[in-house]
Design a protein around this ligand. Structure first.
Ligand code: S3P
Length: 176
């Protein structure tokens, strides 16, 4: 592994609760790279949290800001891991942008496992998923996944399962 050359940008994509931030931090540490959470960058840029962006600027305002922050982060000249938002690859052809500027990794976690994690973590900070019963939440996850999967499938590396580990991601990157 020591001789591997990593791309400047490694983008983790997948549904909310698929482990993008958790695994992204581990991956960045392992590669001695920087870690960025796209949602946090968007909040910093907007000067308000995601819920307020959605309520004041609408989803379309959020998606514009998301694209702008994706470009801003991608331009930083260093090796980095970027945890994107669940919807990021599906708007403004962001998945094509990511594939042109680095490597995208799709964390394809079964929705039933995602549901458990979201019920555990809570959905207050996720405007598209908040205030729902478990049944409604699972329905919403299925609906989103149906709409999103063709975009996720364009990621360059696909990792499947409920127990994707740092090692799995490193093996995926090594297979490029
Ligand atoms: C979103 C997911 C969120 C955040 C925003 C929209 C989505 O990120 O970007 O609430 O469209 O699924 P996480 O995937 O980190 O929850």
């Amino acid at each position: 592994m020591g001789d591997l050359k990593y791309p400047d940008n490694i983008y983790l994509v997948g549904m909310p609760g698929s482990g993008k931030s958790t695994l992204g931090k581990q991956l960045a540490e392992k590669l001695n790279a920087d870690f960025y959470d796209l949602d946090l960058c968007i909040e910093k840029e907007a000067g308000k949290d995601i819920n307020r962006i959605f309520s004041e600027d609408g989803e379309s305002g959020f998606r514009l800001l998301e694209r702008q922050c994706l470009e801003d982060l991608s331009r930083i000249a260093e090796i980095k891991v970027i945890a994107t938002g669940g919807g990021t690859p599906c708007f403004h052809q962001n998945i094509d942008y990511m594939n042109a500027h680095g490597v995208s990794v799709f964390l394809n976690v079964p929705l039933e496992i995602i549901l458990e994690r979201l019920l555990d973590q809570g959905t207050d900070a996720r405007p598209l998923l908040r205030n729902k019963s478990a049944t409604e939440l699972l329905g919403q996850l299925h609906d989103h996944f149906q709409l999103r999967k063709s975009h996720y499938m364009k990621a360059l590396i696909h990792l499947d399962g409920g127990a994707i580990s740092l090692e799995t991601i490193l093996n995926g990157l090594a297979s490029l």
